[in-house]
Design a protein around this ligand. Structure first.
Ligand SMILES: Cc1cc2nc3c(=O)[nH]c(=O)nc-3n(C[C@H](O)[C@H](O)[C@H](O)COP(=O)(O)O)c2cc1C
Length: 200
């Protein structure tokens, strides 16, 4: 990655490429990000795994439980932010856009089919995420406490599996360097990205 380019369109391509490549690399710090919702006077942040980033459609995808608080928050206000930090590169990407629940279509089905049984457990809790419990407990069916469920058994999670898609309208990029920090922003104007350098 040549983060030192002085060409803004080139920089945008590099940012898009970095996000596009991250989901396939479990060690890539850009594969996990903070996803921020802003329902009425109550901003909320949580870590999510970036599952797909499409340059052409400006879309970022993550998976979640349909019963989770973030989806209720999105229904109140679909405006969201993502925060990416790459410690090795000392690089930050702030992304803003509008999020929506992706339909349970072929894409979602393929995503579910590719989700290994252990990851599927995240969607198999019998009570919704955030339900108070007396003891630390994942909320999985009691029968699974002493053995791993079969792949077939984890199919119950499909009912709770959701893909959330964010369509981006703004990117704010920062590269921290002792000899000269750089910052640039990219704004979607409806047909194209406009780009500017900013004082960091
Ligand atoms: C490393 C890491 C990755 C996570 N990835 C996801 C994810 O992809 N989707 C998700 O819904 N929650 C994920 N979580 C859990 C969320 O951070 C959060 O605790 C959970 O989704 C409940 O959030 P909510 O109550 O705001 O909806 C992850 C947590 C960690 C620590």
């Amino acid at each position: 990655m040549n983060w030192h380019t002085t060409d803004l369109p080139d920089l945008l391509r590099q940012i898009q490429h970095a996000l596009h490549a991250a989901p396939a690399d479990a060690a890539n710090p850009l594969r996990t990000a903070a996803f921020i919702t802003a329902p009425d006077s109550h901003p909320a942040a949580r870590t999510v795994v970036l599952r797909r980033a499409d340059t052409d459609t400006r879309q970022l995808f993550f998976y979640t439980d349909t019963r989770s608080a973030k989806l209720r928050e999105l229904a109140q206000n679909p405006a969201v932010a993502w925060l990416f930090h790459h410690p090795g590169e000392q690089m930050q990407i702030r992304a803003e856009g509008t999020a929506a629940l992706h339909p349970a279509d072929d894409f979602a089905r393929a995503a579910w089919a590719a989700t290994p049984p252990l990851n599927r457990l995240n969607y198999c809790a019998t009570l919704p995420p955030g339900t108070p419990v007396d003891n630390p407990d994942a909320g999985l069916p009691a029968a699974w406490r002493h053995r791993e469920p079969t792949r077939e058994e984890t199919e119950t999670g499909w009912a709770n599996f959701a893909v959330v898609v964010t369509t981006l309208t703004r990117l704010d990029w920062l590269l921290l360097r002792p000899q000269g920090t750089r910052r640039a922003c990219f704004q979607w104007d409806g047909t194209a990205w406009s780009a500017h350098w900013l004082v960091p």
